[in-house]
Design a protein around this ligand. Structure first.
Ligand SMILES: Nc1ncnc2c1ncn2[C@@H]1O[C@H](COP(=O)(O)OP(=O)(O)OP(=O)(O)O)[C@@H](O)[C@H]1O
Length: 305
């Protein structure tokens, strides 16, 4: 089953086109990074997926149901954290979770069990009896995730979950997302590419209201990213250039004395075969290093500016 399926989704705010012909689909568990510059249309898409806004045209299905017909069925399977989660600051974390659980019509015993499990998983258990008003930004975000998980959702939608956090808060929330993504589908928007690079398995890039790329992280890096392996050997062996030139995993070789620079888009193969080659040819390796195209470069290349 497709967890998210958008076909030709468009959204207009009066005369302003926010989304135009958005088409992509998501299957299976894992973390999907929804990447786009400010104003690209991420929040609008997420609000439509959660039934908080209506599409102007197109088909949108979430966990197998049509958003325009079956939003109540969708909400039973969906967890959502808005960009700025709101709480009653006078409540404690535990009180808040009890209140959220009661809104889902869960019985007292289930709420108690589920809250303990979620507050522990999200690192709030120790602070559960403290007022939310005294929580740090990271704690509030983790409480928002715990709250969104109360109904054991198949799909968790997170709108910019780490953008407003300090490095420690970001680290904790990303670690939590990394843990959760094995059990459910997480659709997470951000404009911070590093965060996506850390946790995402698949990426959907949106620009000016249209999807410009949707693929697995592996495929994207294979297609757009080039890795460079730099090494130096002794003695300098000209024959090695000839051997390397015949290897399918070598895209380009630059030689500067005993220093070699290999560009490849088959990094894993290149890495193991190059080291084997150095051993087989009985060369002494003086230095070895790897650098490559970052996801940021890929994003800039795809977005085109
Ligand atoms: N209620 C609204 N009325 C009019 N225009 C809107 C409304 N909400 C969003 N827009 C416009 O739609 C476009 C997409 O906005 P959206 O908030 O979805 O982008 P975003 O990618 O989430 O941006 P950000 O990263 O800044 O949150 C923007 O041009 C925005 O100005």
């Amino acid at each position: 089953m497709k967890i998210i399926n958008c076909e030709g989704l468009s959204k207009k705010y009066k005369d302003k086109k926010a989304l135009e012909d958005i088409t992509f689909s998501i299957e299976g568990t894992g973390c999907i990074g929804f990447l786009g510059a400010n104003g690209a249309g991420k929040t609008t898409t997420m609000r439509i997926l959660t039934g908080l806004a209506a599409p102007t045209s197109g088909k949108v299905e979430v966990v197998g149901y049509d958003v325009s017909k079956d939003i109540n069925k969708i909400r039973k399977e969906l967890g959502y954290c808005p960009q700025t989660p709101k709480f009653y600051n006078y409540m404690t974390g535990q009180e808040w979770m009890n209140w959220v659980g009661s809104m889902f019509d869960l019985d007292k015993e289930t709420i108690k069990k589920r809250n303990e499990e979620l507050l522990k998983m999200c690192g709030i258990w120790e602070a559960r009896n403290r007022k939310i008003g005294g929580y740090s930004g990271g704690m509030r975000q983790r409480l928002a995730i715990a709250q969104a998980l109360i109904n054991n959702p198949k799909l968790l939608i997170l709108d910019e979950p780490v953008s407003a956090l300090d490095p420690m808060g970001r680290y904790d929330v990303l670690k939590l997302i990394g843990k959760l993504k094995n059990k459910m589908t997480i659709f997470m928007s951000t404009h911070i590419i590093d965060d996506i690079a850390r946790v995402a398995d698949k990426i959907v890039i949106i620009d000016k209201g249209s999807v410009i790329l949707s693929d697995s992280m592996n495929e994207i890096m294979k297609k757009y990213a080039k890795q460079i392996i730099e090494f130096s050997i002794e003695p300098t062996d000209k024959n090695i250039v000839k051997i390397l030139n015949n290897k399918s995993w070598v895209s380009k070789i630059d030689v500067d004395g005993s220093k070699f620079k290999i560009t490849t888009n088959q990094f894993e193969i290149a890495r193991t075969q190059l080291l084997q080659l150095i051993i087989d040819e009985k060369l002494s390796l003086i230095s070895y290093g790897v650098s490559g195209t970052s996801l940021e470069n890929v994003f800039l290349k795809v977005v085109g500016n």
